[in-house]
Design a protein around this ligand. Sequence first.
Ligand SMILES: Nc1nc2c(ncn2[C@@H]2O[C@H](COP(=O)(O)OP(=O)(O)OP(=O)(O)O)[C@@H](O)[C@H]2O)c(=O)[nH]1
Ligand SMILES: [Mg+2]
Length: 329
Amino acid sequence: MPANLTPQYLDAERRYRQAKQPPEKIRALEEMLAQIPKHKGTEKLQADIKRRIAKLKLDLERRPATKRGAGIFVEREGIGQVVLVGRPNVGKSALVRRLTNARPEVGDYPFTTKKPLSGMLEFENVKIQLVDLPPLALGMVEGWVLGIVRNADLILWVVDLGSDDLLEQVETIEQILGQAKILPRGARERVEITEPGQVVKRVLMVANKADLPGATDRFRLLQEHSGGRVPLVMVSALAGTGLDGIAPMVYEALEVLRIYTKPPGKAANRSQPVALPRGSTLLHAAEAVHKDFSAKLKYARVWGAGKFDGQKVHREYLVQEGDVIEFHI
Ligand SMILES: Nc1nc2c(ncn2[C@@H]2O[C@H](COP(=O)(O)OP(=O)(O)OP(=O)(O)O)[C@@H](O)[C@H]2O)c(=O)[nH]1
Ligand SMILES: [Mg+2]
């Protein structure tokens, strides 16, 4: 990495890394190009940025129009956006009713849900957004539904343990996601992108209707099919069993960590964590706490597992779950 990259450049680079959608990424890369000091030492980096912009623009052009979504999207809230995906009537809306404050309609017929509706799932001191969606069925999915799935942080894939065609259900959803270039990824798996426009999404599988006859046997079948790749949980939205297991698994699958800030000489506020992607640095943390912080940051002190109390850390320090950070600007 060449020296003397400006804070404006680093700021744009950080936005590039956090950007989820190609247009956002392109904007951030263009900003990086504008801000990069133009000299011999950065020539390679400049060329690399230009190459990335060209590739993203090409990918955008090649994306079929239906996948851009027809303007319906769900504003983000909480530390992560989690979408419920599954074929009709598996109990997605019933689960959202059970787990959040939202009250989507539950019906004993397919295609009850027509619009997205979100509610907040509480886990320890954080809130996670759950989005109820219309079902996925071959040839019957509107583009915006898959648009919302593409943009989410995590897929909660709901299957029905009461029905005999369980594995067929799984295959159909895989097929629909595949057509939308959404590649599901389990916990420790690495999934490689092989075509432009593909996105990789973490998934958790929620096997619902555990109260119905034959559910336990079908759950075992599902476990064998998944071979331990995708985390699974068996629940009943109707009977209320197994539901407590969902929030910790969702939190884990979001792959975030929590830090707490403290003013000098005072205690940290443990009820207000800042959630960051794992692998974030002190600079990312500063930026997340306050827009101006990262540019003005002089140093920080950290109380946490990886450091002795109050140790001074540098900008590239990798923040750890539970760190208490005192920023000095
Ligand atoms: N036995 C049993 N029935 C359930 C359970 N969860 C939901 N149901 C029933 O399954 C039916 C469908 O539930 P919904 O929550 O509307 O399913 P959905 O997946 O949102 O359906 P769509 O909106 O059509 O995609 C309703 O009759 C629910 O009462 C469960 O755990 N056990
Ligand atoms: Mg529904």
